[in-house]
Write a protein that binds this ligand. Structure first.
Ligand code: ZN
Length: 48
């Protein structure tokens, strides 16, 4: 699950709530599957 352009990720911590949008996705050759991590340390979850 590589990052795709336009995807949104949100921090699961209610006291944080940081949300990001991917401005430029990873190339199709990217085989990684890690979710982005918030500055507070939590793994961010895809929105929608
Ligand atoms: Zn956070």
């Amino acid at each position: 699950m590589a990052l795709k352009t336009g995807e949104r990720y949100r921090c699961p911590d209610e006291n944080c709530g940081c949300e990001i949008e991917v401005a430029k996705g990873a190339p199709p050759t990217c085989e990684g599957n890690q979710s982005p991590r918030c500055c507070c340390g939590k793994e961010m979850q895809k929105v929608g």
